[in-house]
Write a protein that binds this ligand. Structure first.
Ligand code: NIG
Ligand code: FE
Length: 409
């Protein structure tokens, strides 16, 4: 039978990340980027079925639809593995407060912060939330992001949490992984214990309606304790959810250790980890998701990426896009901060925004590298890889492809 699909020929440089894949994202070096020249590749059923020399395309592939890449460089699509993409309103008034010396935690303790966004998100309709998030999707696609993780957590009641997850599921043009973050904060009307008991019931409904792929919790002083989080996440695991934790962001409260103990997909933020905690995380399968744009915006310390990577840890980077601690979608800025503030090397940044992001979402067998059998999620640009995450500009992809098909932002 004649083959169906697309043959992409005449690529400039093609970044395959073959070595990063082989090393499962640990200690990525320049040679692991697997950058190859003069290549063509075939995409069938959305997956890469052949990669070879441009002048040696097998006869069988000649019948496929042909795309001339005109020497543009090809990069694996970025994976933004930690965002709070669905929300209404903003928190610009808090900026002024913080500038006058009130801390993020003090604002939260007075009922602002997350709880402020909860109010505006509860008021917004599902349609409105979808429209707002769809605009954000556009910005992501323009930068070559092909997968985005989206958390709920600005509802803190079942009705609004469901509304958020449905809005996330309704987004078009990009691949979405949804995470239920009912345990983002304790709603005014409840205490930690009673709220988590309610959430355990809500989890059943989230599961039944297939609204979330994973479950997250904010383990932090004044939010959720390690002990209660363990019980709650174990319930989620028993129901078949994958789990992840907002861990050790503002204080060392044991979230990262718990993530490793529960074999969570990721421990995110991890700014306050001590020496032992860094080693434990680095030696585990759990991915450390670092969110330097939030650290920049909150003017706090940055996580110790060097210690995590040098001890063999899998490190991913993400925007943490949200209205309070990280109001940005700028992937270039995230990469630049990772280099400037955390001394990550350029190959480490590429791995962190692609393959390791896929690992954080349990998708590394399908996405995150451009190798045989993987999904053809990529973007093209004239820019060579060495030029990324160096200037202060937000780089733009010329075209973004998901499963081998061009997507329109
Ligand atoms: O990842 N740390 C908790 N959650 C978010 C902040 C959300 C907000 O401030 O609205 C974060 O930084
Ligand atoms: Fe977050």
């Amino acid at each position: 039978m004649a083959k169906k699909g697309t043959i992409f020929r005449n690529a400039g440089e093609l970044m395959t990340l073959s070595g990063v894949l082989q090393k499962q994202g640990r200690k990525p070096l320049k040679e692991d980027l697997g950058v190859v020249k003069k290549k063509a590749f075939a995409v069938e059923d959305g997956k890469i079925s052949w990669i070879g020399n441009n002048d040696k395309i097998p006869k069988a592939y000649k019948a496929l639809k042909e795309v001339d890449l005109k020497k543009k460089n090809v990069f694996p699509g970025f994976i933004d593995c930690h965002t709070h993409f669905v929300f209404a309103g903003d928190r610009k008034h808090e900026f002024e407060l913080r500038n006058q010396g009130t801390s993020y935690q003090e604002i939260a303790n007075k009922g602002g912060g997350i709880l402020f966004t909860v109010e505006s998100t509860r008021k917004a309709s599902e349609k409105k939330l979808t429209e707002l998030a769809q605009q954000r999707v556009k910005e992501h696609l323009k930068q070559g992001v092909t997968t985005v993780e989206i958390k709920s957590g600005y509802g803190l009641n079942l009705k609004t949490e469901k509304k958020m997850l449905k809005a996330a599921r309704a987004l078009k043009g990009i691949q979405v992984v949804t995470t239920y973050l009912g345990a983002h904060a304790i709603p005014k009307e409840m205490n930690e214990e009673s709220y988590l008991e309610t959430l355990k019931e809500d989890l059943k409904i989230i599961k039944k309606n297939k609204l979330a792929d994973r479950v997250d919790i904010f383990v932090e002083k004044n939010y959720f304790s390690k002990e209660k989080a363990k019980d709650y996440l174990n319930t989620a695991i028993e129901m078949g959810f994958k789990v992840t934790i907002h861990a050790d962001q503002l204080n060392l409260t044991g979230g990262s250790d718990l993530a490793v103990e529960l074999k969570a997909q990721s421990a995110d933020h991890v700014i306050c980890l001590d020496k032992k905690g860094k080693k434990t995380l680095a030696q585990s399968q759990t991915v450390a998701v670092l969110l330097p744009a939030a650290d920049f915006y909150l003017q706090c310390d940055y996580p110790d990426a060097r210690a995590l990577i040098d001890q063999g840890g899998r490190v991913a980077l993400a925007t943490d896009h949200n209205p309070g601690s990280s109001p940005t979608q700028n992937i270039s800025f995230v990469g630049l901060l990772a280099r400037l503030k955390m001394k990550m090397s350029l190959p480490e940044v590429f791995a962190a925004l692609t393959y390791n992001g896929a690992c954080a979402l349990g998708l590394e067998n399908q996405r995150g590298s451009l190798t045989l059998g993987k999904q053809a999620d990529f973007f093209i640009t004239e820019k060579p890889w060495q030029n990324f995450f160096y200037s202060m500009e937000n780089h733009q992809a010329e075209k973004t492809y998901i499963k081998g098909k061009a997507v329109k932002p």
